[in-house]
Design a protein around this ligand. Sequence first.
Ligand code: 13P
Ligand code: SF4
Length: 304
Amino acid sequence: ATDFSADIAAIRRLREARQALILAHNYQNDEIQDLADIVGDSLALSQAAAATAAPVIVFCGVHFMAESAAILSPDKTVLLPAETAGCPMAEMASADEVLRWRAKYPRAAVVAYVNSTAAVKAVSDYCCTSANAVKLVRRIPETELIFLPDQNLGRFVAEQVPEKTIHLWPGYCLTHHRVTAAELLRAKELHPDAPVLAHPECRSEVTALADFVGSTSQIIAYVREAAAAKFIIGTEMGIIHGLQQEHPGKTFYLLAPGLVCPNMKQTTVAKVRLALEQMAPAITVDPAVREPARRALDRMLAYV
Ligand code: 13P
Ligand code: SF4
C-alpha cells in the first residue's frame, strides 16, 4: 500500500490553519474517505455545505458537487482538489436545450437532478438527488414535469409516481448505464443468498431485478438494517470501503467490474494537500446564475 502519512499530516495541519471542512463523496478513493470530516451522498454533502460555519470547504468529489456548495455558500471558499473531475452525465444537458424543452412543454415544471451544471439548475424549478427524487416529485404541486438529465433515475421516479406525467431527458451515467441484467443474474447465480442493492442510475432492466434501489447513503442504511451476511452492490465501487469498515463480518460483491467512476477517482491525497496549500482550484459561480440556481436547490432542501 502507498504511504500517504506525510501528506496526511500536512493536510491535518492545513485543515486546522485554514479552518477547512473536508467533504468526500461515497465514491472517493479509500484514503480520501478516511481523511474526510464527512463522507456521504450528494444530499448529505450539500446539506453539510449549506450548514457549516467553516470558511473553507474542500470538496472531494466532482465539479457539480463543488459548484452546488459554492451556490449554497457563496461567501465561502470552495476547493475542488481534482480540477478536471467532471460528471459526464451533468454535461448531457445545457441551459439552451432546457429552454427549448420548456417551450415544447410549457406547463411542465423542470426537475433537475443535482448531477447538472449550475447553468441548468438556473433554468430549472427544482433540484433533487437520488435520495429524494421520488419524495420531491410526489410532493410538488405540478403534475407534469421534465426530469433531467438522467433517464434512468427519471424512469425510476416515473414508475414510483405513476400519477404524474414525466418527460424524460435522454442523459445517463456512463458508469451505471453499462451494467446489464445479464451481469446481475450472473452475480446472483454466484451469490444466491446475497440481496442486490442498486443505484437508480442503473438501467430499468437492472433496477427491476434488484432487491433494493436507492442512493448511496440509502444503500448504506439498508445494509445497517439488513439481516443478510452478503450483499451484491450495484453502484460505484468506492461505497464498499465504508461498508466493509462498518461491517467487518459481512461480505460485499461488486455487481459488475465496470462500476468505477474515473472522475471520482481523480482526487488524490497529494491533490487535497496542494489545494489546501494553494487555496486553489476554487470553484465560483457567477451571481447571475447563482441566484436562480440557488432557488432550485433551496426548494429541494425545503421539500425533503
Ligand atoms: P448519490 O446522490 O446517491 O450519492 O449519487 C451521486 C452520484 O453521482 C451517483 O452516480
Ligand atoms: Fe457522474 Fe456517474 Fe460518476 Fe456519479 S458515477 S459522478 S453520475 S459519472
